[in-house]
Design a protein around this ligand. Structure first.
Ligand code: VGL
Ligand code: ZN
Length: 190
């Protein structure tokens, strides 16, 4: 039985340098993330992963939809949707935003299989009797923030490890604002 879960958010090729929606220095979270993965596994805790997993014409893509703001990224079946190659994967992956008309920044919108009646991330954490979570991955100001806020709201005391995340910073201080919002919600940011 695990007490804690590490949630590795969207550490995928498209969010790393040369990817379709590259997060500056996204690849540089690797050592922190892998160290945490090993630490959690060695302690008998669990690690779960999320994947942004979009169909080709997803609503978040500016070229397909007026409300879309992103270049096409993490398209199902492409290399961009795969995990960063050196990431240690030792746990289940929850897929999110796989329906054309729905986006989800939060990993809690994720399912084990990319179909909506497959187990959700929350159901899995409850089943594993997880009592606290640590969140790392990409990007701090979008999916990491949203996942950590949801986790805290769902009653899991939540920690974000800053060296294990990087921000997109569409606006220059988005990272600072994300950290502030997390702390205000009671998330530990360190
Ligand atoms: C993300 C923008 C669009 C993320 C996903 O993983 O932070 N950001 N889709
Ligand atoms: Zn996306």
């Amino acid at each position: 039985m695990a007490n804690k879960a590490l949630i590795v958010v969207d550490f995928q090729n498209d969010f790393c340098p040369n990817g379709a929606l590259a997060v500056p220095e996204g690849d540089q979270i690797l050592d922190t993330v892998n160290d945490l993965v090993e630490e959690f596994i060695e302690r008998g805790d669990i690690v779960v992963y999320t994947k942004d997993y979009h169909p080709e014409n997803h609503v978040s893509f500016a070229e397909n939809h007026p409300e879309g703001i992103w270049p096409p990224h993490c398209v199902q079946g492409t290399t961009g949707a795969e995990f960063f190659p050196e990431l240690i994967v030792n746990g289940p992956t929850f897929h999110k935003a796989f329906v054309t008309e729905q986006d989800s920044y939060s990993g809690f919108g994720g399912h084990l299989d990319p179909i909506e009646d497959s187990p959700s991330l929350e159901a899995y954490l409850r089943e594993q009797e997880v009592e606290a979570v640590t969140v790392v991955g990409l990007a701090l100001d979008y999916c990491v923030k949203s996942t950590a806020l949801d986790a805290q709201k769902l009653g899991f005391p939540t920690t974000v490890v800053l060296s294990g995340t990087r921000a997109v910073n569409v606006e220059p201080d988005d990272d600072e604002r994300a950290i502030e919002a997390l702390r205000e919600a009671g998330v530990t940011v360190k």
